[in-house]
Design a protein around this ligand. Structure first.
Ligand SMILES: Nc1c(NC[C@H](O)[C@H](O)[C@H](O)CO)[nH]c(=O)[nH]c1=O
Ligand SMILES: CC(=O)[C@@H](O)COP(=O)(O)O
Length: 139
């Protein structure tokens, strides 16, 4: 049984709750254990994963959050830099599924977060587990 840490940026409660429900279900249905840690925003996700990785307690990570375009360039900063940070950790060999939604509006985010629709939280959890399997295969 793997220990999977869900790192969620709690910016939009209702959307995050759906992402977490999907991710948790996918992890538990696969027979693994999920733990959750909450950070303020998507920009904090890579740092939180890096800190958690230092403990050696977790086998895989799921990054969850929602970035919705506003009026300024801030959207690009948060969307691109959070993805860049997650990718950098992935390239260091950490098994991470990226479920940080980057959308134009709330409707797009709901469709993607809802476990009964596109279930991107569940998809990110399955990606993390797939990378964990690959890491074990190449160990
Ligand atoms: N606008 C969104 C943010 N912005 C906050 C940043 O992620 C960060 O917490 C802040 O700049 C302090 O370092 N975060 C989201 O997750 N979603 C957004 O739409
Ligand atoms: C991430 C965003 O784009 C948003 O929350 C910030 O909005 P704004 O650009 O209107 O300040």
């Amino acid at each position: 049984m793997a220990r999977v840490l869900i790192v969620e940026a709690r910016f939009y409660d209702h959307l995050n709750d759906m992402l977490i429900a999907g991710a948790r279900a996918a992890i538990e249905e696969a027979g693994h254990q999920a733990e959750i840690v909450t950070v303020p925003g998507a920009l904090e996700i890579p740092g939180a994963i890096a800190l958690a990785a230092e403990t050696g307690r977790y086998d895989a990570y799921v990054a969850l959050g929602v970035v919705i375009r506003g009026e300024t360039y801030h959207f690009e900063i948060v969307a691109n830099e959070s993805a860049r940070g997650v990718m950098a950790l992935t390239m260091d060999g950490l098994p991470i599924g990226n479920g940080i939604l980057t959308t134009e509006d709330e409707a797009q985010a709901i469709r993607r977060a809802d476990p009964g629709q596109l279930d991107k939280g569940g998809g990110a959890a399955l990606a993390a587990l797939a990378m964990l399997k690959l890491r074990e295969r190449f160990a």
